[in-house]
Design a protein around this ligand. Structure first.
Ligand code: PHE
Length: 356
């Protein structure tokens, strides 16, 4: 009668034959082999179950030879597993190489600069040519810079024109700036006149509908010198708009009120969507408001200790989003903020002028 020991020895030989006859040593074939031999219903497991029938005096030796069988199979499986890992590694290496320098497939989306970035760079290029310096300022700012120094003391009714996000602080009142005009104050406190700056940036107001978003973009301009007049302001704005929209672009100035300028005006551009005929975008008026402007109010000069007898200046603030909308005839302002890749891919990868 064959003993468990004999069977164990015979099985070890059988396992080795089995292992040697594998056609391919892959993670799958090795796993199959493991299950066949060591799995829950595997050959070795069954043999262990048969131990019950072995007479007590033989149990010790039978157990020993079974453990030898099991550990030998485990060791062989380990060797096979690492061979299988090599197989996977080499098959990856042998795949057709990926050439990342090849042009992308036809229908894949290309990256592009955001229309607001494109518009900003277009404008900055124009202003640089007129000798303007590009300035930057904080988006979270003290009430002083966003309002008080701009001739908007606390309780001034015009503060309500700009619904403001207030920040919780233990110190002075802070806000998310409602306009890039805060940069006028920062710049004038840092520089002595004459001054010629332009400052693009993000601004915030509690406002949201089809033509308003709580975050939007403005570009501020400030020129301070001796004998600056409203004619300089009009000339500068007109030349800027012509350079962006072409010589046929029509603009108009409407008297308006901003506490930090006197006189003040709103600038409208003829709607490029309908050429002034009237459409949904311009609410049938033929015109679209793109910003405000005016001559710097003497109280603003006072707040930054500029001599308002000696110097005059003009300031303007335009909506970059509005200007982009007009330039590319976009029907909905919100498209600019949705991050839709298909929309975005229609724009240029190249900016006009130097990056900033
Ligand atoms: N800051 C004003 C606004 O956001 C625009 C403006 C800037 C008006 C400079 C006059 C001068 O509405």
């Amino acid at each position: 009668m064959t003993t468990i020991m004999d069977r164990a020895n015979a099985l070890l030989i059988e396992f080795e034959q089995n292992a040697n006859s594998l056609e391919k040593v892959t993670p799958d074939t090795v796993e199959e082999l493991r299950i066949h031999w060591l799995g829950k219903k595997g050959i070795v497991t069954k043999l262990f179950e048969d131990m019950r029938h072995v007479p007590n005096e033989e149990k010790r030796d039978a157990g020993k030879s079974m453990n030898v069988l099991k550990t030998s199979i485990e060791a062989s499986l380990d060797v096979l597993k690492s061979k299988a890992a090599d197989f996977v590694f080499h098959s990856i290496l042998n795949r057709a190489p990926l050439d990342i320098t090849l042009p992308s497939q036809k229908d894949t989306l290309k990256g592009a600069l955001h229309p607001i970035t494109l518009m900003q760079q277009k404008l900055l290029k124009e202003f640089r040519q007129h000798g303007f310096t590009v300035y930057d300022g904080p988006e979270t700012d003290f009430d002083f810079y966003n309002f008080t120094a701009l001739n908007l003391p606390a309780d001034h009714p015009a503060r309500d024109m700009q619904d403001t996000f207030h920040l919780k602080t233990n110190q002075d009142i802070m806000v998310l700036r409602t306009q890039t005009s805060n940069i006028q104050i920062h710049a004038m406190l840092q520089e002595k006149p004459p001054l010629r700056i332009v400052a693009p940036g993000r601004v915030y107001r509690v406002d949201s509908d089809q033509t308003h978003t709580p975050i939007f973009h403005q570009i501020e301009g400030l020129v301070v010198d001796k004998k600056i007049s409203f004619a300089d302001l009009k000339g500068m704005i007109q030349s800027m708009l012509h350079s962006v929209y072409g010589a046929t672009a029509k603009t108009r100035f409407r008297p308006s009120y901003f506490p930090f300028v006197e006189p003040g005006a709103e600038v409208d551009m003829q709607c490029t969507h309908c050429q002034g005929k009237g459409c949904k975008i311009c609410k049938n008026t033929g015109w679209l408001e793109i910003g405000g402007c005016g001559m710097v109010h003497p109280n603003v000069f006072e707040a930054v200790s500029y001599d308002s007898e000696e110097y005059t200046g003009f300031a303007f603030g335009f909506g970059l989003d509005r200007m982009a909308m007009l330039n590319w005839q976009l029907p909905d302002l919100r498209q600019l903020f949705e991050g839709d890749a298909g929309f975005q891919s229609q724009f240029s990868v190249f900016a006009e002028g130097a990056p900033c």
